[in-house]
Design a protein around this ligand. Structure first.
Ligand code: GLV
Length: 314
């Protein structure tokens, strides 16, 4: 087994450097692993493990061999000006990350399906407000995006007995999920979505996909869950539709601008739950192995697994 040497730089404002360093060292004992703040000479860097690194981060990294996105969505890496030409980008595809995401989607879906916000508000008024529960098969949940994360979430929802629809760019098949593909089928899916779950990658094709017109196709009072990227949705239109009640409620983990401005009207809306982009995160103990395998491959001159296609954007 090759034991790659060289230097890996770590950059993330959200993840703990020492935890990642220790997890990676267990697989790559000869690799030097440094935090971005410790790099004096960018030319000494061979591998980068990064989540939303600052602009210019890759400048002068002339010996870079591999960029590993410390997360699932690569939109903040693809299309940057400072990327060294020809250096492959990979992303983490970790079953535990998918499970964490499916857990969040399930929580948010059940919250809407069981009308928990209604009961929370009634409790604050000190009111015993009975509403008869709906059975899950009468609730149609549409998942947009059936990649690794979306497909697992759709399967979990189906296991809970919801009527699940799935939509993706290219055709997919998931047992028990009614799958649709292609932009021409999107309106049909939206029109049936009592609960809409957005799990698409952000690309030039999907930016702004859920505009005012498409959001208006949702049934009156539908719930919206966005765990993907804020820029997939026209946030101003979504806010208006939430205010009018056309969108009955929303669980939002992602926003066009993050952090969401403290003056944003969404904060004060009773029918909106906001979480600060944490539906799923990269998990060191379960993804260090695949990162290490990719570093070994690249150090041997082989192509890494899970390579991002920059032209496709994911
Ligand atoms: C989180 O948003 C990720 O893309 O991993």
């Amino acid at each position: 087994m090759t034991r790659p040497s060289g230097t890996l730089v770590f950059s993330s404002a959200f993840d703990a450097f020492d935890v990642w360093r220790d997890a990676l060292h267990a697989h790559l004992p000869d690799l030097a692993i440094v935090d971005a703040s410790e790099v004096a000479d960018p030319a000494s860097i061979h591998y980068a493990l990064a989540w939303k690194p600052p602009e210019g981060f890759f400048d002068k990294m002339v010996n870079l061999r591999l960029i590993i996105n410390l997360g699932a969505g690569v939109d903040s890496l693809v299309g940057r000006r400072d990327l060294p030409a020809g250096v492959p980008i990979t992303r983490i595809t970790d079953p535990q990350m998918a499970r964490m995401m499916a857990g969040y989607v399930l929580f948010a879906t059940l919250r809407h399906a069981r009308e928990i916000p209604f009961f929370e508000q009634a409790q604050r008024r000190g009111e015993w407000a009975y509403r008869h529960p709906r059975s899950p098969e009468t609730i149609r949940v549409a998942v947009l995006g059936l990649g690794e994360l979306g497909a697992l979430a759709a399967m979990e929802l189906q296991r809970q007995g919801f009527t699940v629809l799935g939509w993706s760019r290219s055709p997919r098949q998931i047992d028990g999920v009614q799958c649709f593909a292609g932009i021409e089928t999107l309106d049909t899916v939206l029109e049936q979505a009592d609960i809409l779950v957005v799990m698409l990658p952000l690309t030039t094709d999907t930016r702004g996909l859920l505009d005012r017109e498409r959001l208006s196709r949702l049934p009156q009072g539908a719930a919206l869950i966005n765990v993907a990227r804020g820029a997939l949705v026209d946030q101003a239109a979504m806010t208006d539709l939430l205010r009018e009640g056309h969108i009955g409620s929303a669980t939002l983990d992602v926003f066009a601008q993050e952090p969401l401005a403290s003056t944003d009207p969404l904060w004060a809306m009773e029918n909106v739950l906001i979480t600060p982009h944490l539906a799923s995160v990269a998990i060191p103990s379960s993804s260090a192995r695949q990162i290490a395998d990719n570093i070994v491959r690249v150090s041997r001159g082989e192509a890494p697994a899970n390579q991002v296609d920059p032209s496709r954007g994911y």
